[in-house]
Design a protein. Sequence first.
Length: 264
Amino acid sequence: MEQPRALCNGNLPTHSVVSIAECHSYDDEVVYEACRQLLIPLGGMRQFVHRGDVVLLKPNMLAIASPEEAATTHPAVLRALIRLVRECGGKPIIADSPAFGTLMQVAEATGIAALCHEMDVPLDTWHSTAHLVHPLDVSWSLLTGREAMEVDVIINVPKFKTHVQVGFSGAVKNMFGCVPGKRKAWLHMTVGSSEQKFARMLLGYYLALKPRLTIVDAIVAMHGNGPRKGTPYPLKMLLASTDAVALDVTLAMLINIPQSHQLV
């Protein structure tokens, strides 16, 4: 496996580091080693997780789909992160709010339920709500799952996919999954009528929830009619950063989206 690269670019925020590691398959040991190497330029997992920390792994669990459809975060990536978190003494949990289907329906189809059962990791969704102030607009209240605010650490684990509404679904947008229930669909229909306003809302959720680390599953990405009905595309890489905006800029560069068309 090629050594991970730490990217710094003039278009990225000052001092943001994006680490990229090649990963050619979803074999458990291959993914684990790729994740371990990926985090070295960022100081390793111990830079983010300490003994006793409750760590929310926030995947993309969009809908009822098999891992091979590339619509959701692959369980092999979550397995590797569970191992790395536990090596630091952290207590991993997995939670999300699917847009289509119930949590358990999606978890069963994606292989995440079996993973959680095997590794004795709690799997949950948002049962209560809270309001956050948009960091860029104090008049804007953001509804979120209260449980996402009560953990010690959030590790954001998105799947890299095209998205018919916003171009692509990557690091920043994955935190929108902390919106409970059908509220997401309502926001897509209302706020989503303005690309700029929708992007500003997504940025608000990311800034308010403050994931400590983002790791993007781009081993097999999705192109075409994403985020649900596209075609799997092997990019064969994992990406990580403490800065999700820098990650999304990097993802946009990888697929040749010009800076003038980048919403976030």
